[in-house]
Structure formats: structure tokens, C-alpha cells
Design a protein around this ligand. Structure first.
Ligand code: ATP
Length: 315
């Protein structure tokens, strides 16, 4: 029996701008995605039966065919039926550390890990680009999760351009355990409220994406200047999530008043909120102060940092 353990990191959005609609019903986006060292652990092994099964230790994560990790393995089985017949099915165990439905791409990074893991288990020899293309057919964040690091993502979020990697910017991350925001709801509500401002013309959409590429936050990333990056954080989805979720707004305001915090923002469709700080010591101090201000056990707080990679093989 063959087996691999993979590390599947979460991401945060340093930037998320919704620029228009797409004919396929998705939005045209410009995002800057950043891997962080908060990660799930995925064990994947071959089994003699030609089936895919998944186990997960988290009550909010389905242990059936709707699990994105399972869907990734099924996609591989469909694409490579001879490998399935030769090597057998796949048993996946997901050890969840990333908060669920939090805007941190928890499901997407699990799917990315399974694509990488099945490629290894079945000796397929796929390139990173081929794995990313398979991932894009399952979910827009999956291609980024494969290679990770720091990247600009356009179109639905699946078109990637790497940026210079950011290492060791410290992050305090907060999420109410029982609070979930559906990504589909956030985008649908945004379209209802702000759809009239969307760019309609293809050339203007491309120009807007190019403007972010050559804009201030990318310059700050190139200079690896955490203070400047923090000042340029942006997320359009805050416009719909913050007014409807006062607890998220409160967290955001609390972070903003901490002297060590360089900048704070909601990640993706939320409801997790992160704050950038210079050092681990400062991050621990902010975490402790937020904990004292909100002594609610439902509030999960993490100290983490930016990392330069996506899926990694642990063993
Ligand atoms: P994104 O940032 O990509 O929008 P998210 O972090 O907001 O994702 P996820 O943690 O991926 O959200 O969870 C979204 C939904 O997907 C949850 O309702 C969860 O039950 C379901 N789900 C399916 N498979 C997984 C998985 N492997 N890990 C986490 N959630 C999963």
C-alpha cells in the first residue's frame, strides 16, 4: 500500500476587487492571494477497492462525495481510469486546522493536496500547470493553492501571475467558530447591490486588471514593505459582509485600534478577519489583547505568518 501525507496551507486575500460579470455567471476578479502557515494535514493512500472515501475530524465538513477532497480524487479517477484500475482506489483523511467557510480556501487547499497526492500515488508525472488546470475545473481558488506563495489572480481567480514571495509578515487571524458566510451569498449580494457599477467592456476589464498589476500594492509587495502593503489592503466584499455581520465589523475595528497593527482586512468572503504586524511578539500581544476584549470561546484566534509555498509533501 502506498501513502503520502501532504500539508495544505490556507490563503488570505491581500486584495480582492470585483470588476465585472462573466458570461458563465461568475465574476471577473482581480485578487492578490497569499499563502499562510495555517494548514490542514491530508493523508492519502491507495486501497484495493476501486472506490474513493474520505474521513474528516471536523463536524462542519462533510465526509461524503460533496467533500472537495473527494471530488478532486473522483476527477482524477475519471481522467485516469487506467491508473485507478492499476493502483486501486483512494482513502483520504483530512485533519482540519483551517476554520471552515471562513474565506481561507480550506476546501480548495484540500482539493489541491489531493490532486498532488493522487498524481504521486498513481505515478502520473503531471506538471504543476496540468494539476492547476484540473483544479480550475473544480474551483477557482484551487490552482493558486497548488503552488501557493504570493500571486495575482484574475478572471474567476484561476489565472495566476506570480509575485515576489513574502516571507515572515506576521498575521493575527480571527474567526467566530459558529459564524459562516457562504461565498455564493456574498457574491450574489454584491451583484444585487453594486452590479450597476461593473465594467462591461472587455478592453476596460483588461485595463483595470493591468492597473492593479502596476499599482501601489504590487509595488509594496515587490519592495517587501509590510507597512505599505498593510495600507493598501482592499476587499470589495467587506461592503456586503460587514454591514450584515456586526461581529465581524467589531473585530475589524478592534484590530484597527491596536498600536502594533499595520493594517487589517476581511479575507475573501469572510467572516475571518486578519491583521498584519511586524513580529511574532507583536502578534502574540495583539492576540492576547483581542482575547481580553472579547472573552467569547466562540472566537478562534491564531498567530500565523506568510509563507512562500502551497502544497508540500510531509512524508
Ligand atoms: P473560499 O475561501 O475558497 O471561498 P472558504 O474558506 O470560504 O472557501 P471552505 O472552508 O472551503 O470555505 O468551506 C466552504 C463549504 O465547503 C463548507 O460549507 C464546507 O462544509 C464545505 N466543504 C466541502 N469540502 C470541504 C473541505 N475539504 N474542507 C472544508 N470545507 C469543505
Amino acid at each position: 500500500m502506498r501513502s503520502y501525507t501532504l500539508i495544505a496551507p490556507a490563503k488570505i486575500n491581500l486584495y480582492l476587487e470585483i470588476i465585472g460579470d462573466r458570461p458563465d455567471g461568475y465574476h471577473e476578479l482581480v485578487m492578490i492571494l497569499q499563502s499562510i502557515n495555517l494548514a490542514d494535514k491530508i493523508n492519502i493512500r491507495t486501497i484495493s477497492d476501486e472506490i474513493i472515501r474520505v474521513h474528516c475530524n471536523h463536524p462542519q465538513v462533510p465526509a461524503d462525495k460533496t467533500n472537495l477532497a473527494c471530488r478532486a480524487a473522483e476527477l482524477m479517477a475519471k481522467q485516469f481510469p487506467e491508473a485507478l484500475a492499476k493502483y486501486g482506489g483512494v482513502d483520504i483523511t483530512v485533519e482540519k486546522n483551517i476554520p471552515v467557510a471562513a474565506g481561507l480556501a480550506g476546501g480548495s487547499t484540500n482539493a489541491a493536496a489531493v490532486l498532488v497526492g493522487v498524481d504521486l500515488l498513481w505515478n502520473l508525472g503531471l506538471t504543476q500547470t496540468e494539476i492547476e488546470e484540473l483544479g480550475a475545473s473544480l474551483g477557482s481558488d484551487i490552482p493558486f493553492c497548488v503552488g501557493g506563495g504570493t500571486a495575482i489572480a484574475t478572471s474567476r481567480g484561476e489565472q495566476l501571475a506570480p509575485l515576489p514571495s513574502l516571507d515572515h509578515i506576521y498575521i493575527v487571524l480571527a474567526k467566530y467558530r459558529s459564524l459562516e458566510v457562504s461565498t455564493a451569498w456574498a457574491y450574489k449580494t454584491y451583484r444585487q447591490e453594486f452590479g450597476s457599477t461593473y465594467i462591461r467592456n472587455t478592453e476596460d476589464l483588461a485595463a483595470r486588471a493591468a492597473a492593479v498589476h502596476s499599482g501601489e500594492i504590487v509595488k509594496a509587495i515587490v519592495h517587501k514593505n509590510a507597512t505599505e502593503i498593510a495600507q493598501k489592503l482592499h476587499n470589495d466584499l467587506e461592503r456586503v459582509v460587514l454591514p450584515t455581520h456586526p461581529q465581524v465589523m467589531q473585530l475589524r475595528e478592534l484590530f484597527a485600534t491596536q498600536p502594533e497593527v499595520l493594517g487589517t482586512m476581511m479575507s475573501g468572503s469572510g467572516p475571518s478577519v486578519f491583521a498584519l504586524v511586524e513580529s511574532e511578539q507583536q502578534a502574540q500581544a495583539v492576540k492576547q489583547r483581542v482575547r481580553e476584549a472579547i472573552p467569547d470561546e466562540d472566537l478562534e484566534l491564531f498567530v500565523t505568518r506568510t509563507i512562500t509555498h502551497g502544497i508540500q509533501i510531509a512524508s
